[in-house]
Design a protein around this ligand. Structure first.
Ligand SMILES: [Fe+2]
Ligand SMILES: [Fe+2]
Length: 426
């Protein structure tokens, strides 16, 4: 690893964390998933909870159970890749925790809900139909990251791997979800066994997240630029999957209402958690180029944009896309924010000349890229394409080269500029 040259001068939250303390906290916090008593939980499940509450619980707990299983399986290459012995030991404790969490959720699903045969595989098979598109995608990404980390144990790859696991999955996704579940069951005084278990899971996750923040802060000290790039790249690659994890079946809002929360509330909690962990590492999104989160916008808007794109099928698995003007605006604003302005000469305009929707344009000027509705006065490049085909490209449902070959995407004008598209929108 490179020597430390530019340790941030301002004190970060990560500077208060030590690996020795995290290990000690693990020893003190040990608990037993097999000793939890679910007797009252079974009574509450059958007699006190409404059908809608049980449906939401089944859905959320299944997302957690499959997530816990995936993180249990995926952690071993992290032990190999960690540069410090203390890090290896902590990750070994974390792997035990994740196995315990999986056992806890499986016990609940089998003994209280009555699904599966008691084996982990049986529980997983019985709940697999509950998983959302975003859940499948993010855990597929995690699996690929683990394979990549086995092959490449460089600090850069380790930083990428910690970002998806500890920052995105644990801090931005799992922890806010656990708080929603805990708060609801507490308020309704339901299922004391499950509540005790999830409280322990949440304490464990807090420790895991602290470890991830500390490990990334160490990597940041050794190589601020490289680590920042690793972290931000992973956020850009995965933010839409994260947004889609808690997407309820058919966008049926009653899934949230049954637990007294809303999709956007969960989004706000996730974004707040994510931004605070990045600050703790030393990364200030207000100061980075091409920030993966539009930090200049109010929190409500930052949290709702992912939902807007998903509901319009401008991201996600389904087509056709909606022509909703606000959703289209969010899509083009996202494209503009992701553009690398250094690759394109100032004054360049690119137009999306949709064959079946109003045109949009991006203007590159004075180190900025701005999206606007309407036909460009002088576009260097025009993309002639149908709105749905473009939405498929934006959502990564189709490879743009395929549409190009089929002449469904026709670039007109400066084709050299078109050839640089991969660099402009990395
Ligand atoms: Fe866990
Ligand atoms: Fe964890």
């Amino acid at each position: 690893m490179a020597t430390t040259t530019s340790r941030p001068t301002t004190r970060r939250a990560a500077d208060d964390i030590s690996y020795a303390d995290l290990y000690e906290r693990w020893e003190r916090g040990n608990w037993s998933a097999t000793e939890i008593d679910f007797t009252q939980d079974k009574i509450d499940w059958e007699e006190r909870m409404t059908e809608a509450q049980r449906r939401t619980a089944m859905w959320l707990f299944s997302l957690f159970f499959h997530g816990e299983d995936a993180v249990t399986d995926g952690l071993s290459p992290y032990i190999d890749a960690a540069p410090l012995e203390e890090q290896k030991y902590f990750i070994a404790t974390q792997q035990v925790d994740e196995a315990r969490h999986s056992v806890f959720f499986n016990r609940f699903i089998n003994e209280v809900v009555g699904l599966g045969d008691g084996s982990i595989a049986g529980g997983m098979n019985a709940t697999a139909s509950q998983l959302s598109w975003g859940h499948k995608m993010i855990f597929q990404e995690l699996e690929e990251m683990c394979v990549a980390l086995r092959a490449d144990q460089s600090p850069h790859q380790f930083a990428r791997a910690i970002t998806i696991y500890h920052v995105l999955i644990e801090a931005a996704l799992a922890q806010p979800g656990q708080h929603v579940i805990e708060a609801f069951l507490e308020e309704q005084d339901l299922m004391p066994g499950f509540r005790a278990g999830i409280a322990n899971v949440a304490l464990d996750e807090q420790r895991h997240i602290a470890f991830g923040v500390k490990a990334l802060a160490d990597l940041y000290d050794a190589d601020p630029k490289g680590t920042e790039k690793a972290v931000l790249d992973v956020l850009r690659e995965n933010s839409v999957y994260i947004t889609g994890v808690a997407m309820p079946p058919n966008w049926d809002e009653s899934y949230f209402k049954a637990f007294n929360y809303s999709y956007d509330e969960l989004g706000r909690d996730g974004i707040t958690a994510l931004e605070s962990r990045l600050r703790a590492i030393g990364i200030d999104l207000h100061k980075v180029e091409r920030s993966p989160l539009p930090v200049d916008l109010p929190l409500d808007e930052r949290a709702s944009r992912g939902r807007v794109l998903l509901q319009a099928n401008l991201v996600g698995p389904e087509r056709p896309a909606s022509r909703d003007p606000y959703a289209t605006e969010v899509m083009f604003d996202s494209i503009a924010r992701a553009a690398d302005v250094h690759v394109v000469p100032s004054g360049t305009v690119i137009e999306w000349a949709f064959t079946d929707a109003e045109p949009w344009q991006l203007s590159f000027d004075a180190g900025k890229c701005i999206a606007e509705r309407g036909t460009a006065r002088k576009a260097a490049l025009k993309l002639v394409v149908s709105f749905d085909d473009w939405a498929d490209i934006f959502a990564k449902r189709v490879d743009a080269r395929k549409l190009l070959l089929a002449r469904k995407l026709r670039p007109k004008g400066n084709l050299r500029l078109f050839a640089k598209f991969g660099k402009i929108f990395p």
